[in-house]
Ligand binder design. Sequence first.
Ligand SMILES: N[C@@H](CCC(=O)N[C@@H](CS)C(=O)NCC(=O)O)C(=O)O
Length: 208
Amino acid sequence: MYKLYTRPGSGGFVVEAALALANARFDQIDVPKTDRPDQAFLDISPLNQVPVLTLPDGRSITESAAICMLLAERHPDAGLSPAPGEPGRADFLRWMAFMSSVLYPAVLRFYYAPRYTADAEGAKAVKQAAVAEMDRGFAIVDAALAGREWLAGDRLSLADIYLVMLVAWHPDAEKARTAWPGIQRVWARLREHPVISKLNVSHEMWPA
Ligand SMILES: N[C@@H](CCC(=O)N[C@@H](CS)C(=O)NCC(=O)O)C(=O)O
C-alpha cells in the first residue's frame, strides 16, 4: 500500500487525484506546517516539503511531477498520462517539467518571499516578480491550449490537474477567467469532475 504525506491545499492535491483516479489504496498522513519537523520526516523529505509518496516497497520519493509520472507508469490502465509512444507523450513530459520547474517555483517565491531575498525589505519585490513570472508561464501554457481540449493528447491527464492546482494558487486566480481562456476551459471541466470536485472539499483549492 502507498503512504502519502500531504497537507490540505498543498501539492499533495495532484498526487491524491492520481491515486484516486487509479483506485490505488493509500494511507494519508497530514503533515503540519512547521519549521521544526521530525527527523523521520526530514529523512524522507530533506526540504521539509510535501508531497512525499512512500511506495509499497518502502522507498519514498519527493517532487510532485516525478510522483505523478511514476504513478502514471505504475497504473497504466488508469490513463493518467499518454503512454510512451503515444502522440501526446512529448507534450505530457514537456508540460509536467515546465510546470514543476517554472510555475511551481514562481508560486513558492510568492508565498515564501522572504526566503528568496537577503534584503529585509525585499519581500515585496520578490512577490511582484513572482507574479510576473507566473503570468508569463500561464500565458505560455494557455497559448499551448489554443484549439485543444487538454494539455497532452486528447484526454484528461495529470498535466491538466497539475495545471489547475497551480492556477488556483495564483494570488489573483480570477484572472484566469479573462486572461487565459484555455486554462479557464480546463478548469471549468475539472470543477465538474467527480473525483476532482470531491478532492476540492478537503483541499479548498477554489471556492466550491
Ligand atoms: N518541488 C516540490 C515543491 C513542494 C512544495 O513546495 N511543497 C510545499 C507545499 S505546496 C511545502 O511543503 N512547503 C513547505 C516549505 O517549503 O517549507 C514538488 O514539486 O513537490
